[in-house]
Design a protein around this ligand. Structure first.
Ligand code: DLL
Length: 428
């Protein structure tokens, strides 16, 4: 793996001294609130006569916006521009059938591209490099989002989109791109297949996100693809990918704080938590025109630091997302996050990073099964491996789990998009 160093797309803003950054945030926050008061009747009603913030802490008095609000005003009810000013629509799939719909003006798309360009340059991708973009193109923000950012940064983007793994492998070999972007679970699929074929990959940087992953998974991906993998985070409601991203130094995900104001709050009380504590990430957009969001409750659990980065960036950084406030499984009264299971699982030698959780209800009792695979390096007996996994999970979760060791290749892999790792078969 040849090391890469962080670059800059907008060094002026990325290194803005914090007092100036915060003054800019306050001014933009006030503009955003005015915009909502004038152009969004549902939000204006909610905000009522709350006084405009005179400092950033005053934001804590404002109500949260949640996914259910977007559903209630489906499809365009929370937009603040007339339809003829929209330049693009994206959407993300919801659990209830109707997607969550978001809109952008031409200027919003420029900001979107600039944020992603900062991510790519920060990750060490140089103008003139080739980027294999395996995020899905379409309503999902990943494909077009990364595409716009690459173009803005002068990076040559190959719009492969997701799926058709055979073709992806061929293009990776024939075009020899220096960088790739896709979900971490798909990077693992590609790493495995490339490993079987044995060609040395041209890849130097991977921009991976859109789903939770761990440091252990990063190690497996980097070993398999021979690249430096950075974590990119974002969500459609706030803009798409590029809300935050690690630099090549990989010391937290730098938030594009001149455009998105982060808060961490207690998942139960909604009270603000201090830097360093894990809670729900709440984001306020500061520059969006078509669909500004005030205190959007992401449901993603992480912590923040406002210490400057080693590379001179002054914007706040978030930790990896450690779970979602709402994907918590409650099994026999024990709270279980899939990410916690992954951490525990990968402490066991001889197990691969592929796993699936199956939750069942037998009579009145919930049971958790974990399906795992032995790693390529494992030659011992599977029964022993199962016992070790069960033991690791018992000591982390305090819960008895049935472990099934499956033949290599049988646990579901990502075929290009996000991978659902939990199968909940309970009728709740
Ligand atoms: O997943 C945007 C995106 C595309 C991000 C490409 C990164 C790369 P949605 O489909 O709206 O948008 O899903 C957003 O995905 O609230 C998180 O729960 C999860 N998520 C996104 N990035 C990460 C990450 C895109 N790096 C939801 N780590 C978010 C953990 C992530 N979870």
């Amino acid at each position: 793996m040849t090391p890469v160093t962080p670059g800059f797309h907008r060094p002026d803003v990325e290194r803005l001294p914090r007092p100036e950054l915060e003054a800019l945030q306050l001014q933009r926050l006030r503009t955003t609130i005015h915009r909502l008061r004038e152009h969004s009747p549902p939000i204006a009603e909610r905000i009522g006569d709350l006084a405009d913030p005179t400092n950033l802490d005053d934001l804590a008095a404002f109500p949260f916006l949640r996914k259910a609000d977007l559903r209630e005003h489906y499809p365009f009810g929370l937009f603040t521009v007339p339809r003829d000013q929209l330049a693009r629509i994206h959407a993300s799939s919801g659990t209830t059938g109707k997607p969550t719909v978001v809109g952008y003006t031409a200027e919003d798309l420029e900001i979107f591209a600039e944020c992603v360009a900062r991510c790519l340059r920060g990750a060490g991708i140089e103008p003139g490099w080739m980027l294999h973009n395996a995020y899905g193109y379409g309503l999902f923000t990943g494909g077009l989002g990364l595409h716009g950012g690459a173009e803005a940064a002068g990076i040559n983007v190959v719009p492969v989109s997701g799926g058709n793994t055979e073709r992806q492998l061929m293009l990776l070999e024939d075009f020899a791109p220096e960088a790739i972007c896709c979900t971490p679970s798909y990077a693992l699929t590609l790493a495995e297949l490339l490993g079987e074929r044995g060609p040395s990959s041209s890849l130097r940087v991977g921009i991976l996100g859109a789903e939770p992953w761990s440091l252990q998974m990063r190690e497996a991906i980097e070993a398999g693809l021979g690249l430096t993998a950075v974590n990119i985070y974002g969500l459609s409601e706030v803009i798409g990918p590029g809300v935050s991203c690690e630099t090549a130094d990989r010391d937290g995900l730098v938030i594009m704080e001149d455009h998105f104001l982060p808060e961490i709050v207690d998942p139960d009380t909604g009270e603000r938590l201090p830097d360093g504590e894990i809670g729900v990430l709440v984001l306020t957009s500061l520059t969006k025109q078509a669909f500004p969001v005030l205190r959007y409750w992401t449901g993603d659990l992480c912590s923040l630091t406002r210490e400057p980065s080693p590379c001179g960036r002054t914007h706040a950084r978030m930790s990896f997302v450690v779970g979602r406030a709402d994907d918590m499984l409650v099994i026999r009264g024990v709270n279980v996050y899939p990410s916690q299971v992954e951490h525990a699982l990968l402490t066991v030698d001889g197990v691969s990073p592929h796993f699936q959780l199956v939750v069942r209800r037998e009579g009145t009792l919930d049971t958790l099964e974990i399906r795992v695979e032995p790693s390529a390096a494992h030659h011992g007996d599977d029964e022993r491996l199962a016992l070790e996994v069960t033991e690791a999970l018992r000591s982390t979760l305090g819960l008895g789990v049935a472990t099934t060791v499956e033949p290599p290749g049988s646990v579901p892999r990502s075929e290009g998009g996000k991978l659902a790792r939990t199968h909940d078969l309970r009728e709740l």
